[in-house]
Design a protein around this ligand. Sequence first.
Ligand SMILES: Nc1ncnc2c1ncn2[C@@H]1O[C@H](COP(=O)(O)OP(=O)(O)O)[C@@H](O)[C@H]1O
Ligand SMILES: [Mg+2]
Length: 152
Amino acid sequence: MIMKEIAAAMIEAEYLSHSAEETEKAGMELGKMLRRGDVVSLRGSLGAGKTVLAKGIAKALSINEAIVSPTFTIVQEYDAGTMPMFHLDLYRLSGDDEFESMGGEEFLYPDGITLIEWSEKIEDMLPDSTIFVEIAINEDLTRKITIEGGAR
Ligand SMILES: Nc1ncnc2c1ncn2[C@@H]1O[C@H](COP(=O)(O)OP(=O)(O)O)[C@@H](O)[C@H]1O
Ligand SMILES: [Mg+2]
């Protein structure tokens, strides 16, 4: 019998960010650790810095295009980096049904990386290996960034 040891290390990190630049850097560090097929949930209130962090992830994937917020298009695809990146913003989505009818499930098992803002809208559909990034705005407007998850 051949036995394989499967490492199931998770990603875990915490940052205190004092500026958009620092949040982008945290995104870059996370981006360097991502593997093809990873889904990243970006959580935090409007203006917390989810899209800023997504820009850092894109940089780590060598995507040079400008990252535009997909609030109105729901999904933006970037194909010019080391692997495809799908950036979703589900703010305007009603829920699971609408996600399914737009063919959203394919983004949950990507041939590349998927980033999802407002993934709360499809909470029950997220893969178990989803990496969660939570950005909280502190009273002094700094951001507490907590990263955890991913069966790796
Ligand atoms: N520490 C910080 N991290 C991220 N963004 C910050 C920070 N401080 C101020 N900002 C500002 O907050 C805004 C975050 O916008 P955005 O990333 O679009 O938010 P979201 O996608 O979460 O709605 C930007 O205008 C950014 O310049
Ligand atoms: Mg955003």
